[in-house]
Structures are given as C-alpha cells and as structure tokens.
Design a protein. Structure first.
Lengths: 116, 114
C-alpha cells in the first residue's frame, strides 16, 4: 500500500520552456501532497504543500509564479516549472499523506529535470 | 531557524556489524521523528518513525529517541551491503499547517563493506 508515482521519471528541456510533472497516489487518497527539490549532495528542500481543492502554500524563497502547483483531485497533483532555466535542473520529488500533514509521507520516485 | 543535523559521513562498517546513525534537532517542541533511506539517484523510502522517548524496534532496525537531549538515532543490526545508502533523519514539529511539514537533515552516507 501507499504507492506514489511520478511522471516523467526524467526530462530534458531547452531553456525557456515549461515542464509539467505529475504526482499520483495510486492506492490511497492524498489529502496533502508535498513537493521537494533536491540538488546533488544536498538534502530535500520543501518547495510547497498543497491540499486538494485549495491553493498551494509555498515555502519562503520559492517563486509561486515560476513553480505552479495544482492539486485538482485527491490522487493527483502537478508541478509546472515555467520558463525553465539551467539553475532549475534538479531532482524533484513529491510525497503524499493521508491526513492534513499529520500522517506519514510517502514519496514518489522523483523526476530528474535537466534544463539545457 | 529550525535545524536537523546529521554527520555526513561516510560511515563505513563491515558486513554483519551494527551501524549507528545519529541525528540532533534544534526545536525542543518537535513531535515526530522519521528515518528514511535514500539510494543514489532514488527518492527516500520510509524505514521507521518514532514519537515517544525510548527505543522502537522493527526487524534489524532500532530507532532511539531522547527528547531531553534532542537526539534521535537509528541502529542497523547485522548490516548488509544492501544497506549501503544515505540515511535521512526528518523531524516534524507538530500537527496541522506548516507544523506538519518535515524538516530533513542532509543525511549520513553509510557504506557496508562485504
């Protein structure tokens, strides 16, 4: 149980383009989904938290107009990196929990983004 | 600034030995503590969580929590080469809103030598 998927697993794009990453909870309904970013040899940094049907809460320093998050249903959240630049190249990982951030977070397999 | 500190390692142990991974946290009000394992290029996978002071055992893994010392550890008994990974300690401050978010340490890289 508690399986989270992400798509795509990796993506290479040109600078200036937008990339959409999907996060799905496959066998449970995720009230809360989290988006993290991890640079090489660094820890996970929380970007934003989203609850189904409401606007995402972004962490300080994360541009909400650049990283668009949509949590349209209890099983799907999407992260769109708009006008991507090479410095946005990173490992993007989503996680999901059943409760309102109180329960264990289950992580997706991650999406490696490379911006040329 | 709420922080979670871990020794980056690498921690090297021989196969069959006990690996001891340590983590300290700055916010005394922290409520929940998690250990995740992350293989290179992969996302974290939950090993175990602990909420109360003392020890919690699950198979070869034992988590130890000491809230007075703001210290949480993970022991891996009978270490196997497949345990070689980076171990992330994560702390949750509380419940609801941003209190429910996890704060991660940078991880300790464990290497188990055959």
């Amino acid at each position: 149980g508690a399986v989270v998927s992400q798509h795509p697993s990796w993506v290479i794009c040109k600078s200036g383009t937008s990339v959409k990453i999907e996060c799905r909870s496959l066998d449970f309904q995720a009230t809360t989904m989290f988006w993290y970013r991890q640079f090489p040899k660094q820890s996970l940094m929380l970007m934003a938290t989203s609850n189904e049907g409401s606007k995402a809460t972004y962490e300080q320093g994360v541009e909400k107009d650049k990283f668009l998050i949509n949590h349209a249903s209890l099983t799907l959240s999407t992260l769109t990196v708009t006008s991507a630049h090479p410095e946005d190249s990173s490992f993007y990982i989503c996680s999901a929990s059943v409760g309102l951030g109180t329960d264990t977070q289950y992580f997706g397999p991650g999406t490696r983004l490379t911006v040329l | 600034q709420k922080e979670v500190e871990q020794n980056s390692g690498p921690l090297s142990v021989p196969e069959g030995a006990i690996a001891s991974l340590n983590c300290t946290y700055s916010d005394r009000g922290s409520q929940s503590f998690f250990w995740y394992r992350q293989y290179s290029g992969k996302s974290p996978e939950l090993i175990m969580f602990i909420y109360s002071n003392g020890d919690k055992e699950d198979g070869r893994f034992t988590a130890q929590l000491n809230k007075a010392s703001q210290y949480v550890s993970l022991l891996i008994r009978d270490s196997q080469p497949s345990d070689s990974a980076t171990y992330l300690c994560a702390v949750r401050l509380g419940y609801g809103g941003s209190q429910g978010n996890l704060i991660f340490g940078k991880g300790t890289k464990l290497s188990v030598k055959p």
